[in-house]
Design a protein around this ligand. Structure first.
Ligand SMILES: Cc1ncc(C[n+]2csc(CCOP(=O)(O)OP(=O)(O)O)c2C)c(N)n1
Length: 655
């Protein structure tokens, strides 16, 4: 099979030019793609076109030692006081674009891992992705006005996912309020209404620590969600040489507590009784199980009493997809359950949104009383944090075998597997007939490469989005350990944050944070769409700058996949279409990543091998442009077309 070339030079030329640059780089800095360096263009001698490279100032400043602020000498600015609190609270990472300068400089100086990117919205998604991969609190920041307004879509996405995201933005100064002073138009806090748990414009400099405490109390207690603080210049630049001048300057063990609600004994008794009476119990393990790292008692409780388990939420893997008790790939068994136990389901579906029997009995366990009974009627509501409830089940449930339920799970899974494989066979046929890559064939190749080949199937963190491709990719995504699967469009359904989110997840893997520790250094994978890539593509520069290898597999079908809705509307089809055969692989090369162009399953397989080798050996990202065609979305042209996946389970995006 002949490999498509990514540009006029051979792949070997790309590699050798990179190698020679690496050798000649005085700083040993990672020189990046310079695919065109040996070319001669329009009379410009090739040697005069410099290679893309990471400036040595970047490498130097990334490895600079932290400089914790002190009250000595000139003292601390308001921004430094806040940065000290962020460091004490172990803020896991900051993703930002310049703006809010005093605050981002202070947070970086305090020793929080910080990443600067190309677009505030994408940086908010990257911070979200880091948190989805780890459960940790992360921050994003941008300038007042344009920076914050650019972030809005991805703050809303983070709110839907209940991500503990600290949103920071500056405000010029209180002195400029209501005067349309440069950049300062409008007010920040109303913009994030409905998409945050807590927000505050800081107006009293001496209360900067107190409001930092408010922020982290909200981020680290109950059900998290974004917290938004805006910093006018008068606060960020204030100076403190004496801690007594700061209001409520207490340490974190005084301004918040690690105490968590445990279930009342009589509630546990009722739950045990309902589980004992059930024939086909199903535990739905939501985002709270992941964020509270409660996967061990979950596994123990499930195995002891043979409870089926399906995970839900923006992160997958806190119960392994390949476990015999997993219902993630057994939608018919989900439908047959006679008892559901929601644990840590933060974004609650309504009946009908989950494919459950309408008569199913329901237990819901949630850390906050006010949410119990919302959307879905309860037979038993229990106020408890996830871990103590699951520990109580693991301790108190009797050992029990549920042979027929386990067999039902297995046969439902076989049926689902057969449906997937039939779709794959059809996808291969369509690909062969048209010489364009069908999304089912694409996703099975990615699945086989990362979960069925030489790579540890538990290793690779994979996420993605898009409509046609997103639906297929969700079906083939697997998660065998906590934090392995990211559901980028979870609930909010945003097209576009995916690649940036996976770059954030890649930062978590590169730093080996939380559940990513055993897989430190591995690449991440993003399967996404051509409409989606337009929102995040430039962050390939950020990935390259920080050596965060992501393999982007982009389904290029020349359109927004909703084009069938224009079929009967003659004057609107053009609204949905792009130019045909755009070359996202070439754009990636221009940003310092690798590019690959494929049109067949075999070419994709080879491209994945090369991309993985570059990611692991050189920390290089690749964008694989998979040329498809828009008609694959349509059931009329290429049945079965596209429809949402059953929820809850593998491929679910709504709750
Ligand atoms: C930011 C954003 N814009 C628009 C939509 C509405 N929408 C939902 S799916 C879709 C089509 C997306 O096309 P693409 O991501 O290229 O996926 P494909 O079907 O081509 O794989 C659109 C426009 C959305 N959800 N989010």
């Amino acid at each position: 099979m002949k490999t498509q070339k990514t540009n006029d030079s051979t792949n070997q030329t790309v590699d050798s030019s990179r190698r020679s640059f690496l050798l000649s780089s005085a700083a040993g800095a990672g020189a990046l793609v310079a695919g065109m360096v040996t070319e001669s263009k329009a009379g410009v001698p090739a040697a005069s076109i410099p290679s893309i490279s990471i400036p040595k100032e970047v490498l130097e400043s990334v490895s600079e030692a932290p400089k914790p602020p002190t009250f000595e000498g000139q003292g601390m600015t308001g921004a430094e006081v806040f940065a000290k609190l962020c460091k004490d609270e172990e803020l896991a990472a900051l993703f930002c674009c310049p703006g809010n300068y005093t605050v981002i400089n202070a947070i970086a100086a305090a020793g929080v891992p910080a990443f600067g990117g190309r677009c505030e919205g994408a940086m908010a998604a990257a911070a979200d992705g880091f948190s989805r991969a780890t459960g940790e609190v992360t921050a994003c920041s941008g300038t007042e006005g344009p920076g914050l307004t650019n972030m809005i879509m991805n703050i809303a996405s983070a709110a839907a996912a209940r991500t503990p995201l600290l949103v920071l933005a500056s405000n010029m100064q209180m002195a400029g309020d209501d005067r349309e002073t440069f950049i300062q138009t409008g007010y920040q806090q109303p913009l994030t209404t409905g998409m945050k748990k807590y927000g505050k414009r800081l107006i009293a400099p001496d209360r900067v620590w107190e409001y930092g405490a408010y922020a982290f109390r909200n981020l680290k207690s109950g059900v998290p969600s974004p917290v938004h603080l805006d910093f006018p210049g008068e606060v960020a630049r204030a100076r403190f040489t004496d801690p007594s001048k700061l209001k409520d300057y207490y340490s974190k063990d005084k301004y918040r507590t690690e105490s968590r609600p445990s279930p009342a004994a009589k509630d546990v008794e009722k739950a045990l009784d309902m589980i004992t009476r059930a024939e086909r119990p199903l535990l739905i393990a939501g985002q709270g199980v992941f964020q509270n790292k409660a996967w061990e008692p979950l596994l123990k409780a499930a195995e002891k009493n043979e409870l089926a388990v399906v995970t839900s939420g923006p992160t997958r893997g806190h119960f392994p997809d390949d476990h015999r008790l997993s219902a993630a790939l057994s939608p018919d068994a989900v439908m047959s359950a006679d008892l559901v136990i929601f644990v840590g389901q933060y974004c609650m579906p309504s009946p009908g949104e989950y494919r459950c029997n309408p008569d199913v009995k329901t237990i819901r366990v949630h850390p906050v009383q006010e949410d119990l009974g919302r959307n879905w009627p309860l037979d038993l509501g229990i106020v408890s944090s996830e871990k103590p409830f699951l520990e109580a089940l693991a301790d108190l449930l009797p050992a029990r075998k549920r042979e027929s339920w386990v067999n039902e799970l297995a046969s439902a899974r076989q049926k689902y597997d057969k449906m997937l494989n039939d779709q794959y066979e059809l996808g291969v046929k369509y690909s062969r007939d048209t010489n364009y890559l069908h999304p089912a064939a694409l996703c099975k190749e990615v699945h086989d490469f990362f979960y069925k080949g030489d790579i540890d199937p538990k290793q690779t963190v994979l996420g993605g989005g898009g409509w046609t491709i997103g639906v297929h990719a969700g079906r083939w995504q697997r998660a065998y350990r906590p934090g392995q699967g990211i559901v980028c469009p979870y609930q909010y359904g945003a097209i576009g944050p995916d690649l940036a989110m996976m770059i954030g997840a890649s930062a978590a893997v590169q730093h080996g944070v939380g559940p990513q520790a055993p897989y430190k250094g591995a690449p991440t994978v993003c399967v996404s769409s051509d409409a989606g890539i337009a929102y995040s593509l430039f962050e390939l520069d950020t990935a390259a700058k920080y050596k965060l290898p992501v393999i982007g597999v982009i389904y290029n079908n020349d359109c927004w996949g909703m084009w069938p809705s224009a079929v009967s509307s003659a004057r609107s089809m053009h609204l949905y279409l792009f130019q045909q055969h755009l070359r996202y692989d070439k754009m990636a090369e221009g940003l310092g990543a690798r590019g690959e162009y494929v049109r067949t399953p075999e070419e994709l397989r080879e491209a994945l091998h090369r991309s993985y080798a570059s990611a692991t050996k050189e920390n290089l990202s690749t964008l694989i442009n998979c040329q498809g065609m828009k008609e694959f979305t349509s059931a009329k042209n290429y049945p079965p077309g596209v429809s949402l996946n059953p929820e809850p389970g593998c491929g679910a995006v709504a709750h």
